[in-house]
Design a protein around this ligand. Structure first.
Ligand SMILES: [Zn+2]
Length: 226
């Protein structure tokens, strides 16, 4: 059976179901009004879904942004660290969060990317870059499993795309402690650590704060010179 013909006549759609020999087997009419009614419901449902998904993803992303910018959520842990260590260092040094000797930086800080990406092996250890306290550990729509640590002098470090989180909020961590395992959770092409350092006045470049990692572009330049 084929729907051979449908045409608009007055306020009806005429359907003629016919056999392959062309004889009309059945014809029926559907009124326009139910069609418009059902069509509008489908359209409304679809647009509601689109609006919901935009707000849903935005709201999860906002969790990260909120911690990043909301000073009330931030906490000054200077006294806490001083209690734990007996004294506060005058200068805070940020160590490599990945110590795999072949780890390489695939992307640095640029517009739309507020951290560095360190390509590593799946489930490679992720180390606390400095001594501090776990401010947040949980999930984010873009960065997957994340950890945020608070450090002295209002510094914060952010670790994204983790495979496994090994710490919980309020844990005390020393520089070099293993806090998680690297992965590709969230939106990530392959295992890598997305790492950020936040200062009181905004984003800091980890490479200017003590982190030492080879940039993949340096290799490309060397190849180009050969
Ligand atoms: Zn990244």
């Amino acid at each position: 059976m084929l729907i051979k013909l449908f045409k608009m006549r007055n306020r009806y759609l005429d359907f003629h179901l016919s056999s392959s020999r062309g004889r009309i087997a059945k014809s029926f009419k559907i009124s326009f009004f139910p069609l418009i009614f059902i069509g509008s419901i489908i359209l409304l449902t679809l647009s509601a879904l689109i609006v919901f998904s935009i707000f849903y993803f935005k709201s999860i992303d906002d969790v990260t942004k909120e911690i990043e910018y909301n000073k009330e959520i931030r906490e000054n842990v200077d006294n806490y660290i001083k209690d734990k260590l007996g004294e506060l260092k005058t200068n805070i040094n940020f160590a490599n969060p990945i110590k795999h000797k072949e780890a390489i930086m695939s992307q640095g800080i640029k517009d739309g990317h507020s951290g560095i990406d360190i390509v590593t092996e799946l489930r490679d250890n992720v180390f606390a870059s400095a001594t501090g306290k776990v401010l947040y550990s949980g999930s984010d729509s873009i960065y997957g499993n994340i950890i945020i640590l608070s450090h002295q002098n209002n510094f914060y470090t952010f670790y994204g795309h983790l495979d496994t989180i090994l710490v919980k909020p309020h844990d005390f961590v020393k520089s070099g402690d293993i806090i998680g395992l690297a992965g590709e959770s969230g939106i990530a092409k392959g295992p890598h650590l997305h790492f950020e350092i936040w200062g009181e006045d905004g984003m800091k470049d980890p490479l200017e704060m003590g982190v030492q990692i080879e940039d993949v572009n340096n290799y490309k330049d060397e190849d180009a010179q050969k």
